[in-house]
Ligand binder design. Structure first.
Ligand code: TXA
Ligand code: MG
Length: 305
């Protein structure tokens, strides 16, 4: 695999995962990891996820193994769940953004798994978008975000879930730090004591904009504003607001909607419209818990500033 040689020599590669495309580098190569930060324009205080292909690799990375970890691994790996554990000091500080914890994920995508197994070392990989922009669910989304940076991309078609992994801290009380493709309900079945503590939009990692996952066209939550032919509207199976001309309906099925969300936001952004609006999914929807991650992304994407 050419990508393996490239990564071993300190290069950065675009990789498919079941959630979104990632920008991968050898986790123990500080220069390669700093290239990820440079390419993304990512603040140095935002740590990266380490991706592994076998659970035995956890011991290389984490200093403490919580007693609940085997149950979590059994239930959710491989898959879209990232766990945060106390880190070994051998994990480069740049990966941990100077903290004493490390995020680990064992992805299910066969192409990425094969790459990880062949290289047989953890790969650091954030989503392969410019910092604060929309995460990529196809290889061409990655190319669009880095038009002048010719790193190789392993193109394996559109990603399966379309939303990033759920981030679960197992340092202290089990706590969800980022809503994502593994539902809170399914985690609670294994961890009844689970809490949710999403860093608030305002106090998101210092140095980052509160606006995240955001299109470049002004994007607002629709609350009965008048619409013109220059506006685009995103909705989830609810009636089309009066006057809406350009409509993206992602359906009332949260799994389908999650899969299509980021591609739809990119498409809306490229449609030369003046304003974009979203009609948020119903709060009293029977599947409300499944809508949590989608609603979280939409709230961040419509934040100003
Ligand atoms: O689905 C995913 O998780 C994708 C694919 C490529 O694996 N990756 C991804 O990475 O979304 P990124 O860097 O875009 O988002 C990782 C999130 C960030 O919110 C980061 O702050 C958090 O995980 N994170 C990473 N390390 C952490 C740590 N040690 N403690 C707390 N949060 C951490
Ligand atoms: Mg990201």
């Amino acid at each position: 695999m050419a990508a393996v040689d490239y990564l071993r020599s300190g290069g950065v590669v675009g990789v498919p995962t079941e959630t979104v495309y990632g920008l991968a580098a050898s986790a123990f190569n500080v220069e390669a990891v700093s290239e990820i930060y440079r390419l993304k324009g990512r603040p140095a205080n935002n740590p990266l996820i380490l991706h592994i292909h076998h659970q035995d690799q956890i011991e290389q990375i984490a200093s403490t193994i919580p007693s609940c970890l085997p149950r979590i691994v059994e239930a959710f790996w491989p898959g879209p769940l990232t766990v945060v554990l106390k880190s070994k000091t051998s994990v480069p500080e740049i990966v941990r953004a100077g903290g004493d914890t490390v995020a680990i994920r064992l992805p299910s995508h066969p192409v990425f798994q094969q790459l990880l197994a062949t290289i047989n070392e953890p790969l650091a990989a954030p989503s392969a978008n410019r910092s604060n922009h929309i995460s990529p669910t196809t290889a061409s989304h990655v190319e669009d975000d880095f038009p002048k940076e010719p790193f190789p991309i392993l193109d394996a078609g559109p990603t399966a879930t379309g939303l990033e992994s759920t981030v679960l801290s197992l340092v202290g009380v089990p706590t969800v730090l980022r809503l994502g493709a593994t539902s809170v309900e399914s985690l609670k079945q294994i961890l009844p004591e689970l809490t949710i503590k999403i860093p608030s939009h305002q106090t998101d990692s210092p140095g980052t904009s509160k606006r995240h996952y955001a299109p470049r066209t002004p994007f607002h939550i629709w609350s009965n504003q008048n619409l013109t032919t220059e506006d685009g509207v995103l909705l989830f199976g609810t009636p089309v607001p009066e006057g809406a001309d350009h409509v993206w309906d992602l359906s009332d099925d949260p799994v389908q909607a999650g899969k299509r969300l980021y591609a739809a936001l990119r498409e809306m952004d490229q449609s030369h419209l003046r304003n974009l609006y979203v009609v948020l999914p119903h709060q009293d929807h029977p599947n409300q818990t499944d809508w949590l991650a989608i609603t979280d992304r939409l709230r961040r994407a419509t934040q100003s500033g």
